[in-house]
Design a protein around this ligand. Structure first.
Ligand code: BGC
Length: 710
């Protein structure tokens, strides 16, 4: 790919200041088509005669350091007789301070661009312009761009072009664009502009979001705009940024003379509030608009209920996904992480795949997982592996198995199983070769039931036994590998045997379960021998805790499932609808507009849980939506007829609500399931795009495509 082009960079390492590369394109008579192919080690922003090329924000995206996607743009209509192509480059995800791995392993690699312009004429001739030593470069007006720290732009600077540095980097890391583009998806006007008790001017967009903003203003040359970003106000109503940790997340703009508009080009922010540190005039709503940026994925899933609080939770889950599906599934979009944490992605993938069409999105991310996976099978805990040591933790590494399986179930994508199968198997091998005990996963480091509320003082990890959790995930993932292998025609006898051996080893070693999460996992993974008594124990623990949960990242996604699968649907609904801390609706009552990382991100006194680990846009606990889709409204995929080729619809209603409904726009058409409490009984309205098994009050109906009322 791009074999005749060279990687070119600024002659010296630029750090966070952004060089700009220039090439004049001369168009001749009879041009029929012109394309620009481009990639970078870093992030680029390209213009032709001042107009942006394409709509991919932060192109070429965030991938494994071992590959870079190439984008292709049709630029035919942009070209004049003589046009100027400018490409501004930041370190981006590749070399910015967030990428420990590249900074350690590829310290001497310069952020670079590579590309080619193709001009095809009516007479059949084709002309190419390659990136090479004929290009010129200069420092640009973007004096600082960094994923964590924001952007500085100085309109008063003059560019001064000189020779580029030509780098002899290999072309082998170049690959075709695989994921959806990251785009500007929505605009949000200021909800209010106000003064905090400290006297600071703050703009509230009334929605925690990820992206940037556009400013429009009249100014004098040299005037400054300076803005800061926050997700929440503190209990006194003041602007609060400590939870961004070292991410400076700032915007500084030096104005030109007269009317001007500007949007940041090479960064993004996670924010609901913007503090106006400097602005040439009193800021008015028309001076600023927020722009929501995320991967261009199509919304497919909708939930609705008779409870306004629950509906707000559903909205927060959607916003959590929008805010964190920015080329990769990130943990959070604001502090100095924004990483593709595998555990978070695994926890949320089912909900994610119902809410939006994320098939391509996960195909790309899982390709990076495969590429960055260690030779011994370890799955880095963030993908792309920008961070980290070379080990896997349970529930995090399992993303390599659980995510492809879910993409198969939701979209009927068998290919993803074929592509990921080796990676899945080698993850199992990693466990086997690192465990202290055969058929278990013991003696290793894990993140455990991360942020579980039964954590010992000073720890982030819930108190569930990690050897048990790890062995249970080993069992669960082995089960998926057996199913996936069979589907793609592999001999899985070895894994079936392994699965049996793991189960008996776990049952022998861990005969009882002492935390909510341990019970949940034992039930949901089919480990508990006496389900009735384990479910009862779980129910008792929850009730004794005031009908409240204590689970963290590993227990929470399966908590309601474990209850409703074992005769405790009523208790599952009580937890879903619990408004007191800790619960899903507690944050909603506290004014959340996205999902919080912590059940007690802000406690009932208005204090923050902590400074260092307190994101207000962390989608993991939003995984509860898959229970509402799959159990509350009862829409279930069928393992051997995936992609909703056949559907089971078995709603579980409650008199605690008057109404609950779910819709998913599947590849086969719309499936929807709604129920309404009418007097003392329920009316069900179900639409299926394909053959379905509908189960209402224990009665089974086999139906063809159509709409039904029960
Ligand atoms: C991230 C998480 C992640 C965790 C791993 C955190 O810092 O934000 O969401 O899964 O570390 O323990």
């Amino acid at each position: 790919m791009l074999n005749n082009s060279k990687w070119i960079s600024y002659p010296e390492m630029q750090g966070t200041s952004c060089p700009v590369f220039k090439r004049v394109i001369n168009k001749k008579e009879g041009l029929v088509r012109a394309t620009l192919k481009l990639s970078a080690l870093g992030c680029y922003y390209a213009t032709i005669d001042g107009i942006r090329v394409g709509d991919f924000i932060l192109a070429p995206g965030f991938t494994s350091r071992h590959r870079a996607q190439v984008q292709e743009y049709d630029i035919t209509s942009m070209l004049k007789e003589k046009s100027e192509l400018l490409i501004t480059l930041s370190q981006g995800w590749f070399k910015g301070r967030l990428n420990w791995r590249v900074n350690a392993e590829m310290k001497d690699v310069y952020p670079s661009i590579i590309g080619e312009v193709m001009l095809r004429y009516a007479n059949g001739s084709v002309e190419y312009i390659y990136t090479n030593g004929e290009w010129q470069c200069s420092k640009s007006k973007i004096t600082m761009a960094d994923i964590y720290d924001g952007e500085h732009y100085d309109s008063t600077l003059e560019e001064s072009f000189g020779p580029v540095r030509v780098n002899d980097y290999s072309h082998s890391r170049l690959c075709k664009q695989q994921g959806p583009f990251v785009c500007e998806m929505e605009r949000i006007l200021p909800h209010r502009i106000f003064k905090t008790p400290k006297g600071e001017v703050v703009i509230d967009f009334n929605q925690n979001l990820t992206g940037y903003f556009e400013i429009k203003l009249n100014a004098k040359r040299g005037d400054r705009v300076s803005l800061s970003f926050a997700e929440v106000l503190d209990k006194d109503g003041n602007f609060y940024t400590e939870n961004y940790r070292s991410a400076k997340s700032e915007f500084v703009y030096t104005c030109d003379e007269g009317y001007q508009e500007y949007k940041p080009k090479l960064t993004f922010y996670g924010f609901r509030y913007i503090r106006v540190n400097e602005f040439p005039c009193d800021i008015e709503p028309e001076n600023i608009t927020a722009i929501v940026v995320h991967s261009d994925i199509k919304r497919t899933g909708y939930l609705n209920s008779s409870s306004p609080l629950l509906n707000k939770l559903f909205s927060n889950i959607i916003w959590g996904q929008k805010g964190n599906f920015l080329d990769i599934p990130t943990d959070c979009p604001q502090r100095d992480e924004r990483m593709g944490w595998t555990g978070d992605a695994q926890v949320f993938v089912r909900t994610a795949s119902y809410n939006f069409d994320v098939e391509k999105f996960f195909e790309k991310w899982l390709t990076d997982l495969r590429i960055d996976q260690g030779k011994d099978g370890y799955v880095p805990f963030v993908i792309p592996q920008a961070w980290g040591d070379d080990w896997s933790g349970c529930g995090w590494g399992d993303a390599s198995v659980i995510c492809p399986w879910q993409i198969y179930l939701t979209y009927g994508n068998v290919d993803i199983l074929k592509k990921q199968y080796r990676s899945m198997c080698s993850y199992l091998k990693y466990i086997a070769t690192h465990s202290k005990d055969k058929y278990l996963w013991t003696g290793c480091e894990h993140f455990g039931d991360w942020l579980g509320l039964d954590a010992p003082a000073g720890s982030y990890k819930g108190s569930s036994n990690e050897d048990f959790l790890a062995s249970a995930f080993y069992y669960y993932s082995t089960g998926i590998v057996c199913k996936a292998g069979k589907i793609i025609g592999k001999d899985v006898a070895k894994y079936e045997k392994l699965r049996e051996n793991i189960l008996s080893a776990i049952r022998k070693r861990f005969p009882s379960y002492n935390t909510q999460t341990e019970c949940v996992i034992a039930l949901h993974f089919g480990i508990a021998e006496n389900k009735v008594s384990v479910a009862k124990r779980l129910a008792t623990m929850i009730k004794e805790n005031g009908t409240r949960l204590k689970t963290g990242f590993l227990g929470t996604p399966y908590l309601l499932h474990a209850l409703s699968d074992n005769g405790y649907s009523d208790l599952a609904y009580s937890l879903l609808l619990q408004e007191e801390f800790p619960s899903w609706l507690y944050s909603v009552k506290q004014g959340a507009t996205t999902i919080w990382e912590h059940w007690d991100g802000i406690n009932d006194k208005g204090d923050f849980w902590s400074k260092d680990m307190n994101s207000f846009n962390h989608y993991a606990y939003g995984s509860v939506a898959d229970w509402v889709f799959g159990v509350g409204c009862g829409i279930k995929t069928v393992e051997d007829k995936p992609g909703f080729e056949e559907i089971v619809i078995a709603p579980v209603p409650t008199k605690k609500l008057k109404h609950l409904s779910a819709k998913i726009e599947t590849r086969r058409g719309l499936v929807s399931s709604a129920w309404y409490l009418e007097g003392n009984s329920f009316r069900y309205e179900i639409t299926t795009p394909t053959k379905a098994t509908i189960i209402i009050d224990g009665v089974t109906y086999q139906v063809e495509k159509g709409s039904y009322v029960f």
